[in-house]
Design a protein around this ligand. Sequence first.
Ligand SMILES: Cc1ncc(COP(=O)(O)O)c(C=O)c1O
Length: 339
Amino acid sequence: METLDWKNLPFSYIKTDYNIRCFYKNGKWGNLEISSSEYIDIHIAATGLHYGQEAFEGLKAYMGKDGKIRLFRWEDNAKRMVSSAEGIKMEVFPPEMFREALYKVLHLNRKYVPPYGSGATLYIRPLLYGSGAEVGVKPASEYTFLIFVTPVGPYFKGGMKPVNMLICRDIDRAAPKGTGIYKVGGNYAASMRAIIAAREGGYANTIFLDAKEKKYIDECGPANFFGIKDNTYITPKSESILNSITNMSLIEIAKSLGMTTERRQVPVEELSSFEETGACGTAAIISPIAKIVDPDTDKIYNYCLDGKPGAKTLQLYNKLVAIQNGDEEDPFGWVTIVD
Ligand SMILES: Cc1ncc(COP(=O)(O)O)c(C=O)c1O
């Protein structure tokens, strides 16, 4: 392996040595298989290709100061993948096999876990899809699970920077009672037009509103939204958003820091009363929001007027990152050391 420039890694795919695969056929999962190919052979009539029977996960491995690899809440990713599989009628990949695959892929690619202090991490991407051939619309009878890893640089090079967001009313990512609560590819395909339009307008991402009434905040592109005011951490409750593991963790950290927390519908007008707002997810952990523009009402909501993340946002971020990296004790039992 050529030496990677850990401090300047991009947030994009870099080849590693191995990935793990597992196939469901004749009513059962086979053994985990190690592959060094970046490609998969796929049936031309696989349901994953035609009918969107596909779900994925995203988590990271962190190298601690002690030279030990740490995983953050991997059981929640395994459970969410079970829920996604059930949501689109795929065969469930058992969490105990998920763990075995995860450990195996980390051991085999250990040298790609970026060193402590580089700001980089090893991104882990589990994937499950219908690989059996069907022509009619129905669940496949064969499935493929795979897991690959790729080292990624920090989302914000040179530290967290507040970003601008655009509210979107003319495109929906997901409908109530649809698949928004699952991590399935179709939701991401549905969000692309809005995300590209926002980027072309110079925004970091889109804020999707609830698809039914367009009154409440749903998600920030591929991340959950939160607002802070009066020492209270407030985050949307909706039946069309993904339950972010980062957000669940920030809620617990906020409580431990003496903040009140609320998970409830967040009306768009409430944006004017927040002191701080942000988007949260595994990739950036927190993207503080500087400005939210509502093109339909011409309203602009400003935060971070000094160009810096707010004090509470920074406190939440620093605490979570310190736990993930192993710099601070983990009173919540979220971190697993992979030995
Ligand atoms: C649509 C969506 N919402 C929220 C999140 C954040 O979830 P997590 O914190 O589990 O990464 C993600 C990223 O996984 C996402 O794709």
